[in-house]
Write a protein that binds this ligand. Structure first.
Ligand SMILES: Nc1nc2c(c(=O)[nH]1)N=C([C@H](O)[C@H](O)COP(=O)(O)OP(=O)(O)OP(=O)(O)O)CN2
Length: 164
């Protein structure tokens, strides 16, 4: 069997603090609460002329850009069937049945997810990092995986093929 190679990057700076709430079991909607999310990223592929899969630093910087974008925001889903998010010039209003939350626009990040679970947030980070680094890293890689830790060891993980 031939060798396979992968890089894993996880840094203290990858922690982002954000508020969210999810629905589960059909109609239970959590109270808004926060997590200090942690992130790990992995990429698998052949070694290049430097004997790298990819440069740690370039991968680190792409993830940092995304964790910094999410840090200190309320993360809301844009694709949930019942959490309805609307925005006017200044405010973001979020409704779930009879409940309503209102935030300044600048405090919110809408993600293209059904529910803001760790798995879904991992997918969004993986898609964004893949898109940002694809030109630089080329197309020989096999996959990218992002893991998001919601609470000291509760990880949601998403692996995407390198070629979208
Ligand atoms: N597979 C997943 N399971 C759960 C997710 C998730 O994203 N993926 N998310 C949640 C909730 O968001 C929940 O709020 C998790 O938060 P946590 O603080 O861990 O909940 P606890 O009740 O365990 O909190 P304590 O601080 O430990 O009391 C649930 N499941």
């Amino acid at each position: 069997m031939s060798a396979t190679f992968r890089v894993d990057v996880t840094k203290e700076q990858f922690v982002f603090s954000a508020a969210h709430f999810i629905t589960f079991a059909g109609d239970i909607c959590e109270r808004i609460h926060g997590h200090n999310y942690g992130v790990r990223v992995s990429v698998e592929g052949p070694l290049d002329e430097n004997r790298y899969v990819v440069d740690f630093i370039a991968l680190r910087d792409a993830v940092l850009k995304e964790t910094q974008r999410l840090d200190h925001h309320v993360i809301l889903p844009s694709d949930h069937a019942e959490i309805i998010v609307t925005q006017d010039e200044t405010e973001t209003t979020c409704r779930f049945r009879e409940r309503r939350w209102v935030f300044p626009n600048e405090d919110c990040i809408l993600l293209p997810v059904i529910n803001t679970t760790a798995e879904e947030i991992a997918r969004v980070i993986a898609e964004t990092v893949r898109e940002q680094t694809q030109e630089q890293f080329g197309d020989a890689l096999n996959w990218i995986e992002v893991a998001v830790d919601e609470n000291c060891g509760q990880w949601g993980v998403c692996r995407l093929p390198w070629k979208a």
